[in-house]
Design a protein. Structure first.
Length: 192
C-alpha cells in the first residue's frame, strides 16, 4: 500500500514483473509447442497476475485492465501458429476477473457458511427485508450490502462480493450444504 492506502504502485510492480516474464516466454516460444508454452504461462506468469488479488480488488479498473492485457498478450503468444502435428483441443483459460470472482465467492462462503475463525471479520449480517407492516429476515442466504457513496468503497471486497454473493445464492440452491470444492465448481459454472 502507498501513502494514500492504495495498491497502485504494487499493481504497477506486478504488471512490470509479469510483462518481463511474457517477454522471456516470447524469446523461447519458437522452441516450444502450445502445451509447453501454456505450461510455462501457468507456472511463471499467471501466479504473478493473481497472487493476493482479493486484497487489491478495489483498485481502479485501469489497473486490472493492465493485468488483463498482459494475460491476453501471453495467451496470444501461447496460441501463436504452430505446425500442428496433431490437433490439440483448445482449452480456454478463464479470465483473471473470472478467477478473482470465483476466489472471492469461495472465501465469502468460508466466512458466511463454514464460519472459519480467521475470516470472522468478513461475515455479513443476513439481509433484512422491510415491509410496510413489519421487518423480517429474507429467505435464503442473502446478506446486507455495505452502502457507501464513494466508488472506491463500492469496489472493496465487502461491497463487491456481498452483491455478487446475493446474486450467486439466488441462482445456486442449497449453498448451506456445499463444501469448498462444490462451491468452487458452482461458482465457476455460474460465473461462465
Amino acid at each position: 500500500m502507498d501513502k494514500q492506502l492504495r495498491f497502485d504502485g504494487h499493481i504497477k510492480h506486478i504488471a512490470r514483473k509479469a510483462s518481463h516474464r511474457v517477454s522471456a516466454l516470447r524469446r523461447v516460444a519458437s522452441f516450444l509447442d502450445r502445451g509447453r508454452k501454456l505450461l510455462l504461462y501457468k507456472a511463471q506468469i499467471r501466479p504473478y497476475l493473481k497472487y493476493a488479488a482479493l486484497s487489491w480488488m478495489s483498485c481502479a479498473a485501469s489497473h486490472t485492465r493492465r493485468l488483463d492485457s498482459i494475460q491476453r498478450r501471453a495467451l496470444r503468444l501461447v496460441d501463436a501458429a504452430d505446425p500442428p502435428a496433431q490437433p490439440e483441443p483448445m482449452s480456454p483459460l478463464d479470465s483473471l476477473e473470472h478467477r478473482r470472482d470465483v476466489a472471492a465467492l469461495v472465501v465469502f462462503h468460508k466466512a458466511q457458511v463454514q464460519g472459519v475463525p480467521h475470516l470472522a471479520g468478513l461475515r455479513q449480517p443476513p439481509r433484512i427485508a422491510t415491509r410496510s407492516t413489519r421487518t423480517v429476515l429474507t429467505s435464503g442466504d442473502a446478506v446486507e450490502v455495505p452502502r457507501s457513496r464513494t466508488s472506491q468503497h463500492q469496489r472493496t471486497f465487502m461491497g463487491r462480493v456481498s452483491r455478487m454473493w446475493n446474486i450467486f445464492t439466488a441462482a445456486v440452491p442449497h449453498i448451506q450444504e456445499m463444501n469448498t470444492q462444490s462451491v468452487k465448481l458452482a461458482a465457476n459454472r455460474w460465473r461462465q
